[in-house]
Design a protein around this ligand. Structure first.
Ligand code: PMP
Length: 489
């Protein structure tokens, strides 16, 4: 009994700690690190219990034969990590604290399911988006990627980009580390405005907003100008990642069939006649996924219809530049006498999606409102990418890059078209020859194949199932192939 009492007294005394600690002056670790690891270990494994009185820093320093400042630093760190507590003029004690999660288990093993806590309040089909995210994962390099609509990285002039990057980092003012103007880096705005003139879009500086890509542009437009129940018309099939945005904003979607001449204008006329259409979303040039383009007469008719009804036209022009065969098209924006068209451009499809830079050209009131809301959500877009893009564009490297892309992809598209004509019997698929862009859309006329993406993957080829591009389920079977990533071979 007396022995037990003696042990208890020893174990609760500061001196007890000194018996458990040791320092090795030869070690690669500093004395600070050695003592900190040992004391936290003793607290974590329960040897030093909550309430244990720590020796004073002077006491511990003297007994261990180390500098007192080191002990003070160790105590400061223990305090910062919540292992000890003290009040002025009193002793320091071990605290009862929550254990730190071990590195190998980032999620607590005891928690079964937190879906009630993280019960999302936005209307999102998480499994559908999960499928998209999975598609972005790296796949075996041996598979042929006809799935992604992203520029082939082999075509980038990395030397030119590296040179521009060096200039950006060397410059003092404006700093690439500071916020950039909410409407975008002014010299880049100027370069884009200049470039858009080549497409007959004659905006001024007040008409442009630089964004983090067209995805953000679409989000912003709906955030600012839509209200639940608004009627939104688009050609179907259409851009997969637009549908969930429309769902989040509770917008009423009306799908109009896509013809070989783009959006079916006759159907549009009928719908506009009977519904209060607020938005028309279209990709008149090299539609995604259809690959088709709208002829001039249909473009004019579309504008005429919307002018009467005062609806907003969103013109998404991801591949405006990539015209290989036939006559050039005029963007809707170039004929927009009523300032109803919101034009979306992006560097993602012809240069590099990772730079996350796109732009909106629109009426100045529209731009001001979009800018205000964009500022609320993110203050400023990435300065580094914008200054880099400015250097790249103003040096002439962007125009050179576009010319190279045109040369390369004209050949690739020809090869793809010839291969389809040669190897796939006409009774098996129907399709429209694209005059540009990266996409070929095929309707499969033979027996439907379940889970067509997996089916192709077995042959080492990745394609997109056409069902991804409709909001409502389509009985017909389509696939989209993209020639943007693979060469002729
Ligand atoms: N619109 C369309 C039609 C697209 O295909 C994409 C990307 N695939 C986007 C917008 C968004 O592009 P980003 O945000 O990269 O500019």
């Amino acid at each position: 009994m007396i022995e037990n009492i003696q042990l208890f007294v020893i174990f609760t005394q500061p001196i007890f700690l000194i018996m458990l600690l040791s320092v090795n002056k030869e070690s690669q670790k500093t004395i600070f690190e050695q003592l900190l690891t040992q004391i936290t270990g003793l607290i974590e494994n329960g040897t030093l219990k909550p309430g244990f009185r720590m020796p004073s820093s002077r006491e511990l320093a003297e007994l261990m034969g180390v500098n007192r400042t080191t002990i003070v630093h160790v105590y400061d760190e223990l305090w910062a990590q919540g292992y000890i507590e003290s009040t002025p003029g009193s002793y320091t004690y071990v605290r009862k604290r929550k254990p730190v999660m071990q590195p190998h288990c980032s999620e607590a093993d005891t928690v079964e399911d937190n879906s009630e806590i993280f019960n999302g309040c936005v209307d999102v089909d998480y499994s559908l988006i999960g499928k998209f995210i999975k598609g972005m994962e790296e796949h075996e390099s041996s598979s042929i990627d006809l799935m992604h609509l992203m520029p082939d990285p082999r075509l980038l002039d990395k030397k030119a980009i590296a040179g521009c990057m060096r200039d950006v980092l060397a410059q003092e003012d404006p700093s690439p580390y500071a916020y950039v103007h909410p409407r975008g880096y002014p010299p880049l705005r100027h370069e884009i405005i200049k470039h858009m003139k080549l497409h007959n879009i004659h905006g001024e500086d007040k008409n442009i907003l630089i964004t983090n890509g067209s995805q953000q542009s679409l989000h912003l437009i709906l955030q600012v100008f839509s209200k639940p129940g608004d009627c939104f018309v688009l050609e179907a099939p259409s851009y997969t990642l637009l549908y969930p945005i429309l769902q989040i904003f509770h917008i009423k979607v009306i799908e109009i069939p896509l013809l070989s001449t783009g959006m079916d204008i006759k159907s549009l006329k009928n719908i506009i006649g009977r519904e209060p259409v607020r938005f028309i979303y279209t990709m008149p040039t090299f539609q995604n996924p259809g690959g088709v383009s709208m002829p001039q007469a249909e473009r004019e008719e579309l504008l005429r219809l919307c002018e009467d009804k005062k609806c907003i036209i969103i013109e998404d022009s991801i591949e405006e530049e990539m015209k290989y065969f036939g006559k050039a098209h005029l963007p809707l924006k170039s004929m927009d006498s009523q300032n109803q068209v919101i034009y979306l451009g992006t560097f993602s499809k012809v240069l590099a999606p990772g730079l996350r830079t796109g732009w909106i050209i629109a009426d100045h009131v529209c731009i001001d409102r979009l800018t205000a809301v964009k500022t609320i959500f993110e203050i400023s877009s990435n300065s580094l990418s914008q200054i880099l893009l400015y250097k790249f564009c103003s040096s002439g490297a962007y125009e050179l890059h576009l010319r190279k892309m045109m040369r390369v992809f004209r050949k690739r598209m020809k090869t793809a078209i010839n291969a389809i004509k040669k190897y796939i019997p006409a009774e098996k698929i129907s399709w429209t020859e694209p005059a540009g862009g990266f996409l070929i859309w095929m309707k499969i006329l033979s027996k439907p194949i379940d889970n067509i993406e997996e089916y192709f993957e077995k042959y080492g080829v990745r394609i997109n199932d056409g069902h991804n591009y409709f909001r409502t389920l389509q009985p017909e079977n389509y696939i989209r192939i993209s020639i943007s990533r693979e060469n002729e071979k």
